[in-house]
Ligand binder design. Structure first.
Ligand code: DSN
Length: 440
């Protein structure tokens, strides 16, 4: 029989190789700046739930209708998670089993359309997602996607907004069965209502992929698509600050189709330990502090955008209204690719990802842009002043990318900054001993 592991013990002492890697990753997260727009620092409570004994349990089916015995507590955990999700977002029904945002999107398609049907969604290089019909995704191979994009760039920053005229024209011409709104690299608010009107006009269903703004929506700082769209898919680990995973919200009339699409349509056993962590995150997001947190995410994004613009970077869509800043590197340095920028920033302790900008002449692997986001460092306690400093550090690194001394100097400045904003100042339950592999 295995002994229960008390919180706070070094549970991985018997596996020093994995323990050292996890300690090094914890150290990386604490000593470098995290600007990946789709990442966050979960609470210790979320970490504890996702590292719980529910990982041992098979629970195929849904609460009260499982294919395995012993689900008395798994049922209660999943019920709690789906009730909290529905209440947080004001939805009639929630499915909390999708393993990821991609699984949630696939399940929604499975529930709403047939293979070969036409779906209208945003193109990847315009800010959409792989699961919005990219030819390399199973979505693009299974359904007939037609893509919309953004308006042309404008000098005054008023361009690069979702082109609703194009959405309407395409919908009228192509008569899709489903219209998808939602993005992974778009820095402006997405109003779900015009999409609803267009969908109604052409007799299509409307799905909103809220993977990125889910936390902003929960906090009321982004318009809610719940009750406007037929189905809302989301991830729990981005602005929502929960464990890695997905969820789907819908009206009661679609509940059976959505549930059946997730299981048995697409997935087998749900990850009940992750569902427990989702329940914790939904509970945390319902608190007043979360609303304040979400407001700070937005203010920090505006401050980061202003700092970067002041350093000579062109911002896609002229700035930001959400957690994301999309940078077109070409005005700063026409030779600098997103890939080079990401790599040199990594060496300076600034973590972000390269991203295509609308109509990018470079490939998705190289790109001309960087995507930055503020959810993680806002969790760590950074504010507008720190965002200003980070914008200047980014400019310094990118303008001295062959100067190792300058990069090392920024690395030290980043280390000093991060020491003041530690996302995990207290020891984590069961955390391995830090430092075994040394610091980056
Ligand atoms: N990987 C997610 C993101 O970074 O936005 C999308 O799948």
């Amino acid at each position: 029989m295995t002994e229960p592991i008390p919180p706070g013990t070094d549970a991985l002492a018997g596996d020093p190789e994995v323990a050292a890697l996890l300690a090094a990753e914890l150290d990386r997260q604490r000593t470098t700046v995290q600007l990946i727009a789709s990442e966050n620092f979960t609470s210790p409570a979320v970490l504890a739930a996702s590292a719980s004994v529910l990982t041992n349990k098979y629970s195929e089916g849904y609460p009260g209708r499982r294919y395995y015995g012993g689900n008395v507590y798994a049922d209660q955990v999943e019920d709690l998670a789906r009730h909290r999700a529905a209440s947080l977002f004001g939805a009639e029904h929630a499915n909390v089993q999708p393993h990821s945002g991609a699984s949630a999107n696939l399940a929604a398609y499975l529930a709403l359309v047939e293979p070969g049907d036409t779906i209208l969604a945003m193109r990847l290089d315009q800010g959409g997602h792989l699961t919005h019909g990219s030819p390399v995704s199973i979505t693009g191979k299974t359904y007939r996607f037609v893509s919309y994009g953004v308006t042309p760039a404008a000098e005054d920053g008023s361009g690069e907004r979702i082109d609703l005229d194009h959405v309407r024209d395409l919908a009228r011409a192509e008569r899709p069965r489903l219209i998808v709104a939602g993005t992974t690299a778009y820095s402006r608010i997405i109003d779900p209502r015009p999409f609803r009107e267009i969908a109604d006009e052409v007799g299509a269903r409307f799905m909103f992929d809220a993977a990125h703004p889910a936390g902003l929506i929960a906090a009321g700082v982004h318009p809610s698509p719940v009750g406007v769209a037929d189905v809302v898919t989301l991830t729990t680990h981005k602005t929502l600050r929960g464990p890695r995973g997905g969820a789907i919200l819908c009206r009661e009339e679609l509940a059976k189709a959505i549930d059946g699409a997730v299981f048995p349509g697409l997935q087998g056993g749900p990850l009940e330990h992750v569902i427990a962590a989702k329940a914790v995150a939904f509970g945390e997001a319902a608190r007043p502090e979360f609303k304040a947190y979400a407001g700070q995410i937005l203010r920090n994004a505006v401050a980061l955008a202003a700092s970067l613009a002041g350093e000579g970077f062109r911002l896609v869509a002229g700035g930001t209204e959400n957690h994301t800043v999309l940078v077109d590197l070409r005005a700063f340095d026409p030779e600098l690719t997103g890939k080079q920028a990401q790599e040199v920033l990594d060496r300076a302790g600034i973590t972000c990802n390269r991203n295509q900008i609308p109509d990018d002449p470079r490939s998705p692997f190289v790109t001309s842009g960087l995507r930055l986001g503020t959810p993680a460092e806002t969790t760590a306690g950074m504010g507008e002043a720190e965002m200003g400093e980070i914008g200047s550090l980014i400019a310094r690194v990118l303008s001295s990318r062959d100067d190792e001394a300058a990069i090392a100097e920024v690395r030290e400045q980043v280390r000093t900054l991060c020491a003041k904003f530690d996302p995990y100042p207290a020891p984590l339950p069961g955390a391995p001993v830090a430092g075994t592999l040394g610091s980056r």
